[in-house]
Design a protein around this ligand. Sequence first.
Ligand code: TYM
Length: 344
Amino acid sequence: MDAEPRASSSVGAPARVFSGIMPTGTLHLGNYLGAIVHWVRLQQVHPSLFSVVDLHAITTPIDPSLLREKIREVAALLLACGIDPDLATVFVQSDVPAHAELCWILNCLAPVGRLERMVQFKEKAGQQRENENVGLFDYPVLQAADILLYCGQPPRPVLVPVGADQRQHLELARDLARRFDLRFGPVFAEPIAAVAETGARIMGLENPLKKMSKSGSNPGDVIALLDPPDAVRRKIKRAVTGPGREVRFDQSQPGLFNLLTIYQLLSGQSRAEIESHFAGKGYAALKSELAELIGAVLTPIQDRYHDVRSNPDYLAEVLTDGAERARRESSVVLEAAKRAVGLG
Ligand code: TYM
């Protein structure tokens, strides 16, 4: 894969890799290419933890029984995509109370003005005026707690592989680590965002000016990881390309550029190879080959997903074991943070 997530600063080996995913909506190709494929690779190299962040999910209105189902769906999909519980810790955020505890401590340092400027808060609060709640406002501080809990003692940076939309949240986590350490001594290290050069922002298929999103209102914009091949074909066929015929990586045609980026990431071919392969062939050929390629990647993921779901005891065991490991690893940092502020 040539989409190497690049750390925003270079330091020695990170303490751990940590990332999270919300159990809302349907996991899609953007989550896969922007985040999960990098997690699968990084788990081979560093101690890693991946969390289904259900406390973040309840900041938006979600039916309790649906949430319970989504938590399992997302955890099973992570395993199906290649997260290996023998290599990485997979856990549900609310099973590890340290996340909410550290969040409270960080709340007492987080500037309200800074949180008010968070793009994702402004977007989401705008979409759900009647449900504008404190949890939604505090969302990035909980995210900072998620990450900083795994810096170990003495602290070392946590590497956080995410899509481009999480950059601002990572900046806040860095800032909170700095503020805490300045005031109370060295408990945290600034985490490092790892954002891939290619694929960090996969766009909607019908509206390529908006990112592909779990909560988007148009299902035609999104390839879900559980979409069957005929749905993939239909959606790719309807995807916007723009005028012209030539299949080229042309930034001025965001729809075409997005389809080609997906093709590049899934095929592992270079841009030059892809352009020469499609020379003189036109958009219909690109769409039909892309739909086949996506199907070839998703089918084995879906098969593994159904295997995992057919064995609920196995999934429960993975999550119980993951929660125990996460509780153990996070307790070291939580205790250090509490001691530093004079608690406990
Ligand atoms: P979430 O659940 O929205 O998305 C999970 C991951 O997928 C990435 N992503 C994308 N990448 C490329 N193109 C897209 N269209 C696209 N859509 C989503 C996201 O950037 C993310 O990496 N706030 C986080 C969850 C979180 C978290 C954390 C992440 C909570 N605590 C601590 C890292 C560390 C979120 O909403 O992800």
